[in-house]
Design a protein around this ligand. Structure first.
Ligand code: ATR
Length: 272
């Protein structure tokens, strides 16, 4: 019997995770199956428990259950604790190990795939929801020279910055005027709605990288704005998706797959 894994979410039909993990399993010779698990919005725990009863070894968790998965876990990794959200669960007997691989996925995509240097540079992170929270600690660990968080509702940004002991600055979009950043990461859900966060002009420093955590939406309004503002490099979140999957695979199987061929294949089908 192959080991059983799945991605749990609602909706989940669009998820590329089964494709990615099947490719990782083939590449590393691991005998596993990876399914999609649609949970009713009010039945995350019941659905996860039923999956465990079927012999499930681990889950990736996607929207809207990352907070519930955090509360469901019995043992949290350091980065899951910092994120207060969980996207990977591992079941061993009664123990539910939990991790958050989103931030490491972003950092690995930036540093390894895109050749971006974060250390000593100026970073701007847009948004103060779960997606932003999940990537703050791994970004901070790269030791940027400056780390600014901007959000439409400034209170939320302030509270989030405080929960990281003031290791980043928080403010409004308007307050960014005159600032220059080497890396601007869009962690808002604005792209989902085809909207642009209200960035003032001039925030992209020469050579800047603009990164939208969204993928599969073509050029988002944020990336189009960044292009117009002269950002040197534009990236969507497909690389982050593959890199967070690789971190999850390592969490479960103790093996690191080669992400490059998998990302390349996904890009080809995405662009087709
Ligand atoms: P997620 O878990 O995906 O981060 P969320 O908790 O709903 O989802 O947070 C969405 C984020 O996108 C918030 O930072 C939100 O800003 P507010 O806190 O002011 O609501 C941000 N957001 C959504 N639409 C936006 C838009 N059109 N412009 C700017 N920010 C937007």
């Amino acid at each position: 019997m192959p080991d059983l894994y799945a991605v749990i979410g609602n909706p989940v039909a669009h998820s590329k995770s089964p494709l990615i993990h099947a490719a990782f399993a083939r590449q590393t010779g691991q005998d596993l199956v990876y399914e999609r698990l649609l949970a009713p919005k009010d039945a995350f725990v019941a659905t996860a428990n039923a999956f465990r009863a079927r012999g499930g070894r681990g889950l990736n968790v996607t929207l809207p259950f990352k907070g519930e998965a955090f509360r469901y876990a019995t043992r949290l990794s350091e980065r899951a604790r910092a994120a207060q959200a969980v996207n990977a669960l591992k079941f061993e007997g009664e123990v539910i190990f939990a991790d958050n691989t989103d931030g490491a996925g972003l950092v690995n995509d930036l540093v390894r795939n895109l050749g971006c240097v974060i250390s000593g540079r100026r970073i701007l992170l847009l948004g103060a929801g779960g997606a932003a929270r999940g990537v703050i600690e791994p970004l901070l660990q790269q030791q940027p020279a400056q780390f600014v968080l901007a959000n439409r509702t400034p209170d939320r940004a302030q509270r989030l910055a405080q929960s990281f002991a003031g290791r980043l600055e928080a403010g409004t979009y308007a307050a960014l005027a005159g600032g220059r950043f080497d890396l601007v990461v869009n962690a808002t859900s604005a792209s989902l709605a085809g909207e642009l966060p209200p960035l003032p002009p001039g925030v992209f420093a020469p050579g800047a990288l603009a990164y939208d955590m969204m993928y599969g939406k073509g050029e988002t309004p944020f990336l189009a704005f960044a292009r117009g503002e002269g950002a040197a490099l534009l990236a969507d979140g497909l690389g982050m998706l593959v890199e967070q999957a690789a971190e999850s695979f390592f969490f479960w199987r103790g093996l690191r797959p080669d992400t490059a061929p998998v990302l390349q294949r996904l890009r080809q089908t995405n662009d087709a």
